[in-house]
Design a protein around this ligand. Structure first.
Ligand SMILES: [Zn+2]
Length: 421
């Protein structure tokens, strides 16, 4: 079975900022590797390229009707302005509805929050000169919050580049309140590729070794965050499954994958699926863990599969006394690229309530997590994994139903979700 003390010890060891492609990501991977080697199993790593950018200059000044320079961070992969910067009128585009976008050519636009592909497409089409995204909350204090380090993704910059910076939400409010009309934006960055890595190990099945079930969890974090909850917790979660199945040999082969660069757009799992395209025929199922062990929380399972799987997990929860809500859906984590290749998948998580543990900021630390909560998450996950891995006939049909295919199309930006009113 799983061992809560062992699991917590490892959690403490890897709860530090582990941004994809950084030395710290490598350090976390080495710690995970040592743990696997202690079990007596071999590991291997697979590298894949990720976007990288060094921001040299990021500056935002209001020129009229008042003068003020604001603290900003450059948004990676959005290209550069000239060294002198661009001076242009500022337009606040709220939700980027048509009515907000009537006259934005050559102007700098201010968004409500971060940049999304749907908005990026529109501002590219309208030939906008630059953009300002917002980070954090209007209630943040400068001393106890960080200005985000954002990046746009390939689906965005493949359409073209518009220089962008990120501003605190509170400062964004000030720009609108004081009616900033003309601004100057300067952004100089050097864009390149660096490497992130997936870490992999395997336990061979005793009787059905050609049938593979994968366990995945991402081990990278976002900047400024120790990523204890997101997702050191899932990384130690699948490590406990590794211990468990090493002690209780499974009928089917188990592949364990700690994915890098999930936070940059599921890049580790996407790279894995691309590299192993042919072998994926043998994959029956993928179980992903992203965010468990939080003291205040509720267990969920998001199943990209037929509806019989969430029903089964809900029944199992009742049988063993763990409250869980399993539903059909597409989870924003490493299970999704596998599901997109036709492999049914589930992501388990213990979701914190409003006002509870937060992610993607310096607030994601170890204190909101507890061994007791890990016990709840790991009890349902281990029991479920045991049943599936050793089942006489594999119970989950290898099919992705049409409604899930449609959700995958929306999530992976192949189709635009129709606007809801
Ligand atoms: Zn995560």
């Amino acid at each position: 079975m799983y061992d809560l003390q062992r699991c917590y010890k490892l959690l403490e060891k890897i709860s530090f900022t582990r941004v994809a492609g950084s030395i710290e990501e490598t350090k976390a991977r080495e710690i995970l590797k040592d743990e696997i080697k202690k079990i007596g199993l071999r590991t291997y790593e697979e590298e894949f390229p990720i976007d990288h950018s060094e921001i040299k200059v990021a500056k935002l000044e209001v020129l009229s009707p008042y003068k003020k320079e604001y603290e900003v961070t450059g948004i990676k992969m959005t290209g550069c302005t000239s060294i002198e910067g661009i001076e242009a009128p500022l337009i606040y585009i709220e939700n980027a509805d048509e009515a907000n976008l009537i006259d934005i050519e050559g102007k700098i636009v201010l968004l409500n929050g971060r940049m999304y592909n749907k908005i990026y497409k529109k501002i590219i089409e309208k030939k906008t000169a630059g953009f300002i995204a917002l980070s954090g909350s209007i209630y943040d204090k400068k001393d106890d919050s960080d200005l985000s380090l954002m990046s746009i993704r390939e689906a965005d910059y493949s359409l073209g580049k518009i220089p962008g910076v990120c501003l605190r939400e509170l400062d964004g409010q000030e720009l609108v309140e004081l009616g900033a009309e003309k601004v100057k934006l300067t952004l100089i960055q050097e864009e390149s590729k660096i490497m992130s890595h997936n870490l992999i190990t395997e336990i061979e099945g005793t009787t059905k070794k050609d049938e593979i079930i994968a366990f995945t969890a991402h081990y990278d974090s976002v900047p400024f965050s120790s990523g204890a909850y997101d997702n050191a917790s899932g990384s130690v979660g699948i490590m406990e499954l590794l211990h468990h199945f090493h002690e209780n040999r499974p009928a089917r082969t188990l592949r364990f994958i700690w994915c890098g660069a999930e936070e940059l757009g599921l890049l580790g799992s996407k790279a894995y699926c691309m590299k192993h395209e042919e072998e994926l025929n043998k994959f029956l199922f993928v179980l992903n863990i992203d965010m468990i062990g939080v003291t205040l929380g509720k267990e969920i399972a998001c199943c990209t599969s037929e509806t019989s799987l969430p029903s089964y997990i809900n029944y199992l929860g009742k049988e063993i006394g763990v409250a869980i809500s399993a539903k059909q859906g597409v989870y924003s984590s490493d299970s999704t690229p596998f599901a997109d290749k036709g492999i049914p998948s589930v992501s388990f998580a213990r979701i914190s309530p409003n006002g509870g543990a937060e992610i993607h900021s310096r607030k994601d630390i170890i204190s909101p997590l507890s061994p007791k909560a890990f016990d709840s998450s790991l009890k349902i996950i281990t029991t479920f994994a045991d049943r599936i891995v050793n089942s006489v006939c594999f119970p989950i049909e290898r099919i992705i139903p049409n409604n899930m295919k449609e959700e995958l199309d929306y999530y992976l930006l192949r189709k635009e979700r129709p606007d809801k009113n």
